[in-house]
Ligand binder design. Sequence first.
Ligand SMILES: CC(C)(COP(=O)(O)OP(=O)(O)OC[C@H]1O[C@@H](n2cnc3c(N)ncnc32)[C@H](O)[C@@H]1OP(=O)(O)O)[C@@H](O)C(=O)NCCC(=O)NCCS
Length: 215
Amino acid sequence: MRPRGPGDPGRGRAARLRAPPGRRADGAAGWPVSTGAESTRFRIQRLRYQDLPQVIAIERRAFPAPWSLAMFVLELSKTAGVCLGAWRSEEALAGYCICSRYDTIWHIMNISVDPVLHRRGVATAMLDDLFTRLPDPEAQFTLEVRQSNLPAIALYERYGFLIAGVRKRYYQDNGEDAYIMWRTAATLEGRLDDVPNAGPVQPTPGTVPPPGGRR
Ligand SMILES: CC(C)(COP(=O)(O)OP(=O)(O)OC[C@H]1O[C@@H](n2cnc3c(N)ncnc32)[C@H](O)[C@@H]1OP(=O)(O)O)[C@@H](O)C(=O)NCCC(=O)NCCS
């Protein structure tokens, strides 16, 4: 996922796959949410406008071409969207996840975690919460991810996303291609037959091959 917000190509469906035991957080309500081997605790709740300064601070450390404040404001203003934050204390934001609905398809527009809290289950807690909020088994989710972003690709594959296409030179900062990933009823069973416009994916020379040998 990443660049531009509005009008960006999409994301998809609801879920059955779960993070492994010990990494899951039901976080929809209240403390404590226990995740990760280091017993870090996170509370998941909807983002508010007053949270955006912390969101921007994480965003600027996470991405070479960060979203603007206006892009986040727009996403929070959408009634159909789900914008979640993960808190490690009453005040401190650990990460955020922006999910927008376009027609019938959910697009994961942005997910990012404070770099000092990587690999402690923050993203897992947010995605568990997101899919709990959107439990329709027919829901479809999609996103774009840099071909070089192996941590994110591994995260999405854990949730049943499969690579189903490539957007050439999607990222303006370095011209990198994006993988298009989908999570649908079929991808949760390892297939792509209900994914719109799915096709074979040839790795771009100089980048990584599709994880797991998937298309
Ligand atoms: C991708 C990102 C959101 C993951 O957040 P996180 O809170 O560290 O992820 P979690 O701790 O919940 O990890 C869940 C799983 O994702 C995969 N994963 C996460 N980071 C990984 C890494 N560095 N290397 C390999 N796999 C990784 C693993 O399967 C991991 O499970 P495990 O720790 O039990 O092996 C985080 O690295 C990040 O903010 N990156 C910068 C922003 C970004 O690239 N966002 C995605 C844009 S498409």
